[in-house]
Design a protein around this ligand. Structure first.
Ligand code: AP5
Length: 216
């Protein structure tokens, strides 16, 4: 199974991709987490990536394409298939992925698009908390941890992402509309786009996703 997750910032891509991964055991790659891990190293490459992520603009295509292709190859070697959240985000990225997949004979099954209004995305961003250790995602109102600021899965400390600020969020939304939205017609044209209303509870969105994928 090979699935891409698309949608505006805070639509719930990460939340749903993780739930699907737990259900199917297919490897999950999260572009944002991969970039944040690289940034944490604070080496030259990490500092370069940080410049973009901090501002909420997209990292240049050649950089992200190189990073993700390497990770996809490693993933496929250990077990075929992937759930990919956060890549591609531009037509150039989509074309690079398609070319690599054709060369390797990997078939893309679905692209899941979570649709959400900006106002709700901004509300979700403000309440998001992420585990420093295992990247589990919480929301202070919609998906709170059992113990305040402590991860249910690994007891790690929760934090607020530095790009989850209102001004940076506006830039991220603009990048989404300008660069990522065109991917919807791109994948619709290929007949593999599934559109899901993300303005529902986490459980309901998950149910809808499983229904479309025919996973029960
Ligand atoms: P990235 O980390 O991918 O950020 P994003 O796309 O903005 O997506 P988010 O992680 O913010 O949201 P999500 O949809 O995963 O929502 P989540 O499940 O967390 O990218 C960050 C940056 O990296 C980019 O700005 C860019 O600079 C760079 N980058 C990444 N990929 C790149 C690429 N391909 N090319 C170039 N640059 C790239 O949910 C959000 C919150 O809502 C959580 O608190 C959650 O608990 C809650 N929630 C989820 N679902 C629901 C629900 N149904 N109801 C209520 N609350 C919910």
């Amino acid at each position: 199974m090979r699935i891409l997750f698309l949608g505006p910032p805070a639509a719930g891509k990460g939340t749903q991709a993780k739930m699907l991964q737990e259900r199917t055991n297919v490897s999950l790659l999260v572009m944002g987490d991969i970039l944040r891990e690289a940034i944490q190293k604070q080496d030259e490459a990490g500092k370069e990536l940080e410049k973009y992520v901090k501002q909420g603009v997209l990292v240049p295509d050649p950089l992200v394409i190189q990073i993700i292709m390497h990770r996809l190859e490693l993933t496929e070697k250990s077990s075929p298939g992937f759930l990919l959240d956060g890549f591609p985000r531009t037509i150039q990225q989509a074309q690079a992925l398609e070319k690599a997949m054709q060369e390797k004979n990997w078939r893309l099954d679905y692209v899941i698009y979570y649709k959400l209004e900006d106002a709700l995305a901004i509300e979700r961003i403000a309440g998001r908390r992420v585990c420093k250790k295992c990247n589990s995602i919480y929301h202070i109102k919609y998906n709170p941890p059992k113990q305040e600021n402590i991860c249910d899965s690994c007891n790690g400390e929760l934090f607020q992402r530095s790009d989850d600020k209102e001004d940076v969020m506006k830039t991220r939304l603009s990048a989404y509309y300008e660069k990522t939205m065109p991917l919807l017609s791109y994948y619709k044209g290929k007949g593999i786009l599934i559109e899901i209303n993300a303005n529902n509870t986490i459980e309901k969105v998950s149910e809808e996703t499983l229904k479309y994928l025919k996973i029960f």
